[in-house]
Design a protein around this ligand. Structure first.
Ligand SMILES: O=C(CO)[C@@H](O)[C@H](O)COP(=O)(O)O
Ligand SMILES: [Co+2]
Length: 220
């Protein structure tokens, strides 16, 4: 399973050191939460932070856009060095166009679903995307509890992938710890985002190791 530490819970005054620490600990992805204060009730940062971190890291930059009309910012994230852009299906009227644009800009695409949004709503674009992100909390904040009722949706995304011979990754985001990662993997998740679990206790190295070990306990 790929572990994607979320810098939302990192030390913003020492971001470079935290990014280095997770890279050395064996993470392959860096999850970067972009919030605009409209789509969610929180503000974080924009492509300028992605640009500043890019020369410091070889991690795969997974940019989760919690913004209205994400199409406006795709060019900026591509120029900043994003590897993947995730857009909420609830945040755009033009999901198909947004996904095409992400690919034209040379990035991997991801469609993101809030806990209240069904797989049904995203089915037309599932054949097009590189990844599907199932939110396992309502977006906007770190440190929330994993919503068990989202597990059936992870399983549904995996079932649909197999039935239609598609090859998207299934990412989960929110409330991931050394227990919930097992539940998510058993249901079909292949990428796990973790913010507070990685950055708010012990060292990021210890926490990432625990996540990797926990996920290995589940066969897939
Ligand atoms: O997108 C989000 C929150 O909206 C996440 O990526 C959080 O950063 C996850 O934080 P934890 O639940 O792991 O603390
Ligand atoms: Co996120």
């Amino acid at each position: 399973m790929i572990i994607a530490p979320s810098i939302l819970s990192a030390d913003f005054a020492n971001l470079a050191a935290d990014v280095k620490a997770v890279e050395e600990a064996g993470a392959k992805y860096l999850h970067i939460d972009i919030m605009d204060g409209h789509f969610v009730d929180n503000l974080t940062f924009g492509p300028n932070v992605v640009k500043a971190l890019r020369p410091l890291s070889n991690l795969f930059f997974d940019c989760h856009l919690m913004v209205e009309n994400p199409e406006k910012y795709l060019q900026d994230f591509a120029a900043a060095g994003a590897d993947l852009v995730g857009v909420h299906i609830e945040a755009t009227k033009h999901a198909h166009r947004v996904i095409s644009k992400i690919h034209q800009l040379g990035m991997k695409s991801e469609i993101v679903l809030n806990p209240g949004t069904s797989i049904e709503f995203a089915k037309e674009v599932l054949p097009l995307v590189d990844s599907v992100l199932i939110m396992t909390v309502d977006p906007g904040f770190g440190g929330q509890a994993f919503l068990e009722e989202t597990v059936s949706k992870i399983a549904e995304a995996e079932k649909y992938r197999k039935e239609h011979n598609l090859n998207y990754q299934i990412e989960v985001d929110g409330g991931i710890n050394d227990q919930t990662i097992k539940t998510a993997k058993a249901a079909g998740a292949t990428i796990a985002v973790a913010g507070s679990y990685v950055f708010s206790q012990n060292t990021p190295e210890e926490q990432i190791k625990k996540l990797i070990e926990a996920s290995k306990q589940v066969e897939k």
